[in-house]
Design a protein around this ligand. Structure first.
Ligand code: MN
Ligand code: MN
Length: 470
């Protein structure tokens, strides 16, 4: 028999390999990735806002033995708890058996996604059509949001303090909502406009009715009857008035559900893969790393898409309070814990796009199905506003992933000076915590309906699990 010869090209060259080159047809890993995707898709259908993602994540945590914990309550080794920050940001914590001063393993992702928020005074009518005014949240290409079915999600806080949950447009029997666009026949002047200005923000108005209300005893429609009818129906169903919109968080999101994409069902289309495609694996990996001696924390942050601001964003110092609470309960020192902690900033990157190769640099791009993407830095221009993980930490995580047989690749977001982006990485690393970006490659990121590969999702789960256990 011929001896296996090691080729120089095998030992010297870094070559990205597809999940489907490593796992051949019939391999159990392919079935496992398909099965894992099913759980993710039902999580996605239940999680179209950060509030809904918190509810869905708490349900998963409770099913895995986690209980609610509040600041001021003691913690001990073996505790499995979650901290719910205002219903919009969740910390899921497994207290390990080792000395807390050895540090915490963080996986920090975000559960908010680009969308259209309702303005405080949203309802109006114009020439027989009832509309809601919106203010977009996060980076969107506005032209993508017209003429697609839309749903309304959120909460209304009434004057008496009671909170009403609103979801319209998800059940097959529900109505959906819509943003009007111009017909091509009359679009001649529009055709020449750049994409960015073709649909200005103030044209993202939601069509919500066209049937006017009659006041009692009247034989013609009331003035502003369409608006009034919309408000009447909202009052009948939710007991709310126009002023209640002022203390509401109502968002317009795509009405589409998560679906398999492609004849081979190798991909998933859904709204808001960025960044729930990292949040779900951060949780499942936490639940499956019970053998770890480390204290582990999955962070599901809000407000990443608008700069991680506010009390539910990653710039909030709550994370320091949680570390302090662990230190106080377990006899550690916060500064030592942070110095010894490690963090994966789990966020998506852009898949190389064969239809737009001009904004990618192929040698350093995420290729679909080549596994979870490690990113040393994000940012824009000359690495502006990025964590830029130290080589030593990149080396450590690289060997963790290799030793666990995780399919992974290195990636930059795109071509230098083509644009850029950021993540929560810099808000963790500023607390003296070693942090690196890692996540799933997304196709058409920030579009109403994004696409990811099931293999890459599954490898994110395996990567986070290896990290919690290492
Ligand atoms: Mn993101
Ligand atoms: Mn994003």
């Amino acid at each position: 028999m011929s001896e296996e010869k090691t080729k120089l090209s095998d030992t010297l060259l870094y070559q990205k390999k597809s999940f489907y080159e490593i796992f051949k047809p019939g391999a159990p890993e392919i079935t496992a990735a398909q099965e894992y995707a099913r759980g993710y898709m039902s999580y996605m259908d239940a999680s179209k806002t950060e509030r809904e993602a918190v509810v869905a994540s708490i349900a998963l945590a409770r099913a895995n033995g986690y209980r609610e914990w509040k600041l001021g309550e003691p913690l001990k080794a073996g505790d499995r708890v979650y901290y719910n920050n205002r219903g919009k940001n969740l910390f899921v914590i497994a207290v390990g058996s080792e000395d807390i001063n050895n540090g915490i393993r963080f996986v920090a992702s975000h559960i908010d996604a680009p969308r259209l928020d309702l303005k405080p005074c949203p309802v109006y009518e114009d020439h027989g059509m009832g509309f809601l005014k919106t203010h977009y949240y996060g980076g969107i290409r506005k032209y993508q949001w017209v003429t697609v079915p839309l749903a309304l999600h959120g909460v209304v806080v009434k004057n008496d303090g009671s909170v009403v949950d609103v979801v319209v447009g998800e059940d097959d029997s529900d109505p959906v909502f819509y943003i009007n666009d111009l017909l091509p026949h009359l679009g001649r002047a529009d055709e020449a406009k750049p994409l960015g200005s073709a649909i200005p923000g103030e044209k993202l108005n939601i069509l919500v009715g066209s049937m006017p209300l009659y006041e009692e005893g009247e034989d013609k429609p009331a003035a502003d009857g369409v608006k009034l009818n919309v408000l009447k129906m909202l009052n009948d169903r939710y007991g709310i008035t126009e002023e209640d919109f002022i203390s509401a968080e109502l968002s317009i999101v795509p009405a589409m559900k998560a679906r398999d994409v492609g004849f081979d069902r190798s991909m998933i289309g859904a709204y808001g893969h960025d960044d729930r495609v990292c949040s779900y694996p951060a949780l499942t990996a936490l639940f499956e790393s019970e053998d770890s001696v480390h204290t582990r924390m999955a962070i599901l942050a809000d407000k990443e898409e608008i700069g991680s601001e506010g009390a539910t964003g990653m710039q909030c110092e709550l994370v320091l309070d949680l570390i302090d609470a662990l230190a106080a309960s377990l006899g550690g020192a916060s500064a030592i814990i942070r110095a010894n902690s490690k963090c994966l900033s789990a966020d998506v990157t852009a898949n190389y796009e064969p239809n737009f190769p001009e904004v990618f640099e192929i040698r350093n791009s995420s290729i679909i199905n080549c596994g979870v993407c490690l990113a040393k830095y994000t940012g824009a221009g000359g690495k502006s506003s990025t964590n830029d993980a130290p080589a030593e930490f990149v080396g450590w995580i690289r060997s963790v992933l290799n030793n666990a047989g995780v399919v992974w690749q290195i990636a930059e977001l795109g071509r230098v000076d083509a644009g850029g982006g950021g993540t929560v990485a810099k808000y963790l690393s500023k607390h003296n915590i070693d942090t690196i970006d890692i996540g799933v490659g997304v196709t058409s990121m920030h579009a109403p309906y994004e696409v990811i590969a099931k293999a890459d999702l599954y490898e994110a789960h395996r990567a986070f699990k290896a990290f919690y256990l290492a």
